[in-house]
Design a binder for this molecule. Structure first.
Ligand code: MG
Length: 164
């Protein structure tokens, strides 16, 4: 039987005026969004890096290079789906994920249930297995100055056969 596998992911994107804000697969009402080659969903990017990292499969930049025009403006949910195809092909399923988003504004609490639901559906698990937490940084650092958003994701896999 395979062992458990654990991974972590981290990502940062800069904030800019006039862009749509996507986090955890959900559009957040805000006059600002994340500067990126894709739709800038920094939470999904960190999650993808955790999912890939647990299997030593590199990172999101290796699989979806930002020099590739196919990924310009892409919905990051599509990237997560592709990562999950790799995960399943390797014979793993998600045990649980835990995501921490550091953003000064807007408040994310009202959107967390939708993020958990959206991510769980793509990961093929129940929302109870997907934790999303949000924090400010008490106005400290680049997050506190509202210059960007920082996200950490931890991922634990179980082998497929264990749950059949
Ligand atoms: Mg990114």
């Amino acid at each position: 039987m395979k062992d458990l596998r654990i991974g972590n992911g981290y990502d940062v994107h800069a904030l800019a005026d006039g862009l749509p804000m996507f986090l955890g697969g959900v559009q957040i009402p805000s006059g600002r969004g994340f500067v990126a080659h894709s739709d800038g969903d920094v939470a999904i990017h960190a999650l993808c890096d955790g999912l890939l990292g647990a299997l030593a499969l590199g990172d999101i930049g290796k699989h979806f290079p930002d020099s590739d025009p196919r990924y310009k403006g892409i919905d990051s949910k599509r990237l997560l789906e592709q990562v999950m195809n790799l995960v399943r092909a390797e014979g793993w399923t998600v045990g649980n994920v835990d995501i921490t988003i550091a953003l000064q504004a807007p408040k994310l609490a009202p959107h967390i249930p939708a993020m958990r639901q959206t991510l769980a559906a793509i990961l093929g698990v129940e929302p109870a297995q997907v934790s999303v937490k949000a924090t400010t940084t008490e106005r400290l650092g680049f997050v506190g100055r509202e210059e960007g958003c920082e996200v950490w994701a931890t991922v634990l896999y179980r082998p497929f056969e264990e749950i059949i």
